[in-house]
Design a protein around this ligand. Structure first.
Ligand code: HEC
Ligand code: HEC
Length: 333
């Protein structure tokens, strides 16, 4: 299902990339294609309001970590676009991560997960994050939660049994899949609300589709194709991160990383898998320049010769993709 989605949107983006530069607006077809469809979920983990509420509590609860002091939130903050403001984050065991924390927005639409795609599903990925990032022993944490009467009751209501590793993960993924940034000024503009975005943002979208050639990898409506590309960021490093290549063992995948969603990207500085771009403008400038030379660099990465003004317009467009749904923090039992 997700593959169909990506195939369809990729085809549309290619079509869009072939059209003449548009003046002052988007066509009816693009208006339809750019809206996010409902977030998909696996058949064996369909969302319910109770499961979602439980998963939300767990996401913000430090009792889920081995030390009892770290929650998922400690590396995925809402006001930082569900990421962290540092280039690299520290795990529950005190070790530093080697890659920047990505946003959780719109991960429901993206599989496989992680920068290198090593987790086929979000359930596999979340079990790994919980164990490794948070130092969790799932059985011990489940026992800790079952000792809290309101949690025990909630798990029994949702799953007909006490908390265990698998249903804790199912609850967490249900919450993370709900983190969709789909109601931005740009979405309102595409729905026909006049004055929702600036003229520069509209010009920036045209550049994004056409001269900037961004949409082949950052395909609407999720603003990612879901693919992995080497954009040259590891070139020249003493111990380069092989990225996707370490997973597929294909030499041509060396240094390739997942193209991130660009919805709400303005919130989640710094950027890239190594956190090397401090500002959105710096990230856009790098992407538009075609990136550093690398033997495995994607042929889609070319110097698009965007001017300073055009870079600023693309940045304005990306800022208009920021959704502003409020975070209502859960009350923990
Ligand atoms: C100590 C920091 C830290 C904590 C705590 C943490 N994460 Fe992450 N998270 C990361 C990093 C770093 C990555 C990227 C790792 C990689 O791609 O190699 C990541 C990636 C992810 C992804 C994949 C996103 C994508 O686009 O592929 C999801 C989903 C996620 N985390 C959810 C969670 C959940 C749920 C929890 C709580 C159980 C959690 N994280 C706790 C740092 C953290
Ligand atoms: C060849 C595919 C490709 C093209 C073309 C492309 N990107 Fe990217 N983009 C990526 C990948 C892959 C990453 C992540 C790179 C990494 O961290 O190794 C990325 C990262 C980004 C980021 C940082 C996102 C984050 O959360 O860290 C921004 C912003 C961005 N691209 C904007 C653009 C813009 C604007 C254009 C057009 C001028 C563009 N990209 C063209 C593949 C592409």
């Amino acid at each position: 299902m997700k593959h169909t989605l990506f195939a369809a949107t990729a085809a549309l983006a290619l079509l869009a990339g072939c059209t003449q530069p548009m003046s002052g607006g988007t066509s009816a077809a693009e208006k339809r294609m750019s809206q996010l469809p409902p977030a998909p979920a696996p058949a064996d983990n369909a969302p319910t309001p109770e499961k979602l509420a439980l998963g939300k509590q767990l996401f913000f609860d430090t009792r889920l970590s081995g030390s009892g002091t770290m929650a998922c939130e400690n590396c995925h903050y809402r006001d930082k676009g569900w990421a962290v403001p540092e280039a690299l984050s520290k795990r529950d065991d005190g070790k530093m991560n080697t890659r920047h924390t990505p946003t959780l927005y719109n991960t429901a639409y993206i599989e496989p997960l992680y920068w290198d795609g090593r987790s086929a599903t979000m359930e596999i990925q979340t079990m790994a994050a919980w164990r490794n990032q948070m130092g969790a022993d799932p059985d011990k944490i489940a026992a800790r939660l079952n000792a809290v009467p309101a949690y025990k009751a909630a798990f029994n209501k949702v799953y007909g049994m006490d908390a265990n590793g698998a249903n804790i993960v199912k609850s967490l993924t249900t919450y993370v899949r709900s983190l969709v940034s789909g109601d931005s000024p740009w979405d309102r503009h595409e729905k026909g609300v006049s004055g929702a975005v600036s003229a520069d943002a509209i010009a920036g979208f045209d550049l994004f589709l056409n001269k900037g050639r961004c949409a082949s990898c950052h395909t609407p409506p999720v603003y990612t194709s879901g693919g992995f590309y080497n954009v040259g960021l590891e070139a020249g490093k003493a111990t380069p991160d092989a990225g996707r290549g370490a997973i597929t063992k294909k030499p041509e995948d060396t240094g390739a990383f997942k193209a991130p969603t660009l919805r709400s990207v303005a919130l989640s500085a710094p950027y890239f898998h190594d956190g090397s771009a401090k500002t959105l403008e710096e990230a856009v400038r790098y992407m538009a320049s075609g990136g550093k030379a690398d033997p495995n660099k994607s042929p889609l990465m070319v110097d698009t010769k965007l001017t300073d003004r055009e870079i600023a317009q693309v940045v304005e467009f990306l800022k208009a993709l920021t959704s502003d749904e409020p975070l209502v923090r859960p009350t923990l039992p």
